[in-house]
Design a protein. Structure first.
Length: 425
């Protein structure tokens, strides 16, 4: 008895879904490389790497074999009081590639909890040093996740109504560009002088949920420099950008200033298992190091540093370091730039941007006139055998590093077909 669609409806409650409007969920039964497969064997190119997780392709045998090995060795243990080789190896490999100065690794389960951990770390860092700092600075249109702390610092959550009274105290500043950087800088200066600011949190260079909005590293350097001169901690949320997507290992690698804390998840485990890391400097760690119990960081999750997830992460990092993957990242980045030049002048395109394997274009049309544009585009692409999730007026691509040149061309062709379809409206 298959009948997945009907059985799904009986008991399952899907994330980010109004079931009254979208009752149907499409069953997918397998995935391999760049492709997702449904029950009938139809294939769909995964143009967004399943929300930026499966960057080495689905069911990559290099990764699954490492996880299978680990599965017969050590499945799960308590990470308070115990440690294990995969966690240790992961920490060593990671510290080698993290921005300099970051050398302590704290585990949690997903991007949102990595942000909550970072916020709690920042608040207690100051508390332990005898300072009460109660404000966090964050960008407008930021997205940092859906748990309470992460939701508080997110500026994008339009559906926060029921929770607003319970959120943290946030000061919001505009995302800098060449025109407003002076204003943003002086606004931040005022906030830092007038408020007790514990931390500044940001998505470095690319705001994913804000339709892949991009901003220059040099402006972020100015803000980080300012923040750090006030003893405020800089938290880089690299949950989306981490592990090669921007063309370098981390978006922070484009900066002169180093963050105090970095949040990582999504492609950390190459799409195999949920896991997240909040990584910090020795200085942050030292503020918790004491003989007094209460100065410790009393935060923990049952599955912290799950050995299977750690094995997947190690395998992912090993792949990331290979010439094959680094060459692929360069190949996809270069093709994105060519495609960008090709579509920039299309009558339906307002603007384009790309960085590393991230490409986005804004459509030149009034969304209101198109009513349910998102659903229409989504369906158009699925009918073309391509899985994309357009956001508002924006179509974006974030394919696996391992996507072949032909598959990439198929993605671009679908985007061009979509532009033609809209042009013929
Ligand atoms: C996806 C995302 C999160 C939240 O991660 P989850 O694993 O979905 O909780 C946080 N920050 C950024 C930048 C993200 O892209």
């Amino acid at each position: 008895m298959k009948n997945y669609k009907d059985r799904d409806k009986k008991h399952l409650w899907h994330p980010l879904t109004q079931h009254g409007l979208n009752p149907d969920h499409m069953p997918l039964v397998s995935a391999r490389g760049s492709y997702l497969y449904d029950e009938e064997g139809n294939s769909y190119i995964d143009g967004i790497s399943s929300w930026y997780t499966c960057m080495y392709g689905h069911c990559n045998p290099t990764i699954t074999s490492r996880v299978k090995q680990q599965l017969d060795q050590l499945d799960q243990i308590v990470f308070s009081g115990f440690t294990h080789p995969p966690a240790i190896e992961l920490s060593e490999k990671l510290v080698e590639i993290l921005p300099s100065g970051i050398n302590k690794i704290f585990f949690s389960d997903n991007g949102s909890t990595s942000v909550d951990v970072a916020i709690k770390m920042a608040l207690q860092y100051h508390f332990n040093r005898g300072e009460k700092r109660n404000k966090i600075v964050a960008f407008e249109n930021a997205f940092h996740g859906d748990t309470f702390g992460a939701m508080s610092v997110s500026g994008l959550s339009v559906y926060n109504g029921p929770f607003e009274d319970f959120l943290l105290e946030i000061e919001r500043i505009p995302v800098p560009n060449d025109h407003n950087i002076g204003e943003v800088e002086s606004r931040l200066k005022t906030i830092l002088q007038e408020e007790e600011v514990a931390a500044f949190i940001f998505e470095p260079l690319v705001q994913g949920a804000a339709a892949m909005h991009m901003y220059p590293a040099r402006h972020l350097d100015v803000l980080m420099n300012l923040v750090r001169s006030h003893g405020t901690l800089a938290i880089a949320d690299e949950v989306m950008t981490g592990f090669g997507k921007t063309g370098r290992n981390f978006a922070c690698d484009y900066l002169d200033e180093g963050p105090d804390i970095i949040c990582l998840s999504k492609s950390l485990t190459a799409g195999i298992a949920p896991m997240a890391l909040t990584c910090c400097t020795q200085n942050v760690f030292d503020a918790f190091y004491d003989k007094v119990v209460s100065k410790g960081f009393f935060h923990g999750h049952t599955y912290s540093a799950n050995p299977l997830a750690c094995a997947a992460a190690i395998a992912g990092m090993d792949l990331l370091a290979t010439d094959a993957i680094q060459d692929s990242i360069q190949r996809v980045s270069a093709r994105h730039l060519e495609f960008e030049a090709e579509v920039r002048e299309h009558p339906m395109v307002r603007s384009t941007r790309s960085l590393g394997v991230i490409f986005a274009l804004d459509l030149k049309l009034e969304t209101e006139r198109y009513g349910n544009l998102r659903d229409r585009l989504y369906k158009f692409f699925m009918d073309e055998g391509v899985f994309l999730r357009p956001l508002g007026n924006t179509i974006y691509l974030l394919p696996p590093f391992t996507i072949s040149t032909e598959e990439l061309t198929d993605l671009y062709t679908s985007v061009l077909n979509c532009l033609e379809m809209l042009n013929n409206d």
